[in-house]
Design a protein around this ligand. Structure first.
Ligand SMILES: [Zn+2]
Length: 76
């Protein structure tokens, strides 16, 4: 379940909201109850951007050798 960061356009209050399902509309501001809500970038999305050329550290015995060769080994 993704957690999104939001900012209220009315009172500038920032808050995070845990989405229980996809497509859930933005929540109302917990501070002023307004519904002019801006979605901010997720706090944990930044760490996915690098490392596409990483090599698996499990090497020969890697159980995911197929995707490991593509540089996206989930074990390495
Ligand atoms: Zn507000």
């Amino acid at each position: 379940m993704p957690i999104y960061e939001y900012k209220c356009s009315s009172c500038d209050h920032q808050f995070s909201h845990l989405h229980k399902r996809l497509g859930e509309p933005a929540p109302a501001c917990p501070s002023c109850g307004g519904n002019k809500i801006e979605k901010l970038l997720s706090t944990f999305s930044a760490k996915v951007s690098s490392g596409s050329s990483q090599r698996c550290s499990v090497s020969n015995s890697c159980p995911a050798s197929a995707s490991c060769a593509g540089g996206s080994c989930p074990f390495g």
